[in-house]
Design a protein around this ligand. Sequence first.
Ligand code: FAD
Ligand code: NAP
Length: 468
Amino acid sequence: MSTKLRMFTRMMSSSTRVPQVCIVGAGPAGFYAAMRLTKKLANVHVDIIEKLPVPFGLIRYGVAPDHPEVKNVINQFTKVAQQDNVNFYGNITVGKDVTLPQLRQNYDAVLLTYGAEEDKELGIQNEDARNVIAARNFVGWYNGLPSDKDLQVDLSNDTAAVLGQGNVALDVARILLSPIDKLKKTDITQHALDALAESKIRNLYLIGRRGPLQVAFTIKELREQLKMKDCSTIWRESDFAGVADVVANLPRPRKRLTELMLKSLEENKLKKEDTNSKRLYPIFLRSPNKFITDKDNVVKGIELFENRLYGKGNVEEQKCVSTNEMELLDCGLALRSIGYKSVSIDEELELLPQGMVNNDKGRIWDAHPRLAKMYAAGWLGTGPVGVILHTMGNAFQVANMMYEDLSKLPRSRARGGFEEIKRILRNEIVDWEGWSKIDRYEIEQGKKMGKPREKICDIGKMMEIAYS
Ligand code: FAD
Ligand code: NAP
């Protein structure tokens, strides 16, 4: 019997009943909620169930490889998982290997933190053409997500376009334009590194449907792009008409971001000669109408509509409307980066058009009050926006509410917890010890290549190592 199981059995046999909590998804929301719950309730047992054999969600598979400092939160999460009253069970897909009603029958509370697994689509002609790629898949490819390891990315054309102007768009632009020597020292997957080393991309368009006052990326990420070695950022002066006039009245983060764009635009004008070999071209007020393809159905351009802004008041809330003016932009790779969306894993869950599950401040409406209470946190509950800090705040808030509910739990209704779930499962489970073996193996492989880690991208191989 493992130490954790012994501890759990001891707790179960004591006079106070231990509330059983199941968290679905081992990303930041799941870990932060487990952290808060176990801090507030000494007497609680938390099982974190994860689809992949490995934990950490978008910290591992989203955060850019050249931002290692962001991934330090993993150390905090590791401490949470090592607590006696917390278990990690990887390689279990809720909705497939075990159902939501089965979890609800065997736990006092079920917290869903399974994130946003799909991306939004433009819904335009030829979106399925070759080399029109979702940024989500491209990110998964360079970060080693098993389902994206075989993505076909052709980097042989000198021009690419990214549709969308959020931080994910800037991440993928930066990875495509970064000097390869910089990427070599990161945990980017070797297959991506090899492909990027051969990349011919020199020009990258970053296309936004609204104006400079509405960009969704943030100042730190833009500053990083502006400082990139061997890469110039070229703004179109016409896009900035009237912007300087309103900048003084903008709220502070937006003001500083806009000032930085205006400063960069002025610096470009003063530059006599551009000796850099790569260029990023932000383009504003353009919406894609359709992708143009060649005879082999490979993208070779994008037809863009010119847009106008309308709406008074807060500039960030201004909307855009397309005019009849059209522009054709040549490119051999197009990345759609217009946001993520959640999926439903059970008919009990209603998805809202904003790409999140219907909930009230984290509480999911209970159609079956006799079953465990159900909650949502993180991107699944808030929609697919916000940095880790926002996700943390939301997970803490939902965990506080769960604590209130669990404190009032009737003593009589003991739940089976994972012991019961194990009887249902047909697949092999990866526990924290199994993940630790994968972790050590990846770090060792990385060392040989001068990288912090070389991720295993194959589930079979992960399982082999976890069970070695
Ligand atoms: P996720 O991190 O997506 O975790 C969800 C987990 O649930 C995953 O492990 C998934 O495998 C699992 N899961 C899914 N379906 C199931 C199922 N059916 N059963 C069981 N488990 C399941 N924020 C920053 O602060 N800094 C950054 O640099 C940064 N970079 C980012 C880069 C990208 C490309 C993206 C998309 C986001 C980035 N963010 C960044 C935002 C940050 O990643 C999110 O705020 C955070 O990850 C959301 O956490 P979450 O737990 O809700 O979802
Ligand atoms: P996002 O910030 O919501 O940006 C989405 C972009 O797509 C916006 O420019 C949006 O324009 C555009 N868009 C949406 N629908 C469109 C359509 N139909 N046609 C054309 N353009 C469209 O989403 P994200 O970039 O996926 O990022 C998600 C979250 O993760 C954000 O909170 C982000 O800050 C965070 N993140 C952080 C980091 C970091 O801290 N380094 C890195 C990556 C991600 P409109 O504004 O006009 O809608």
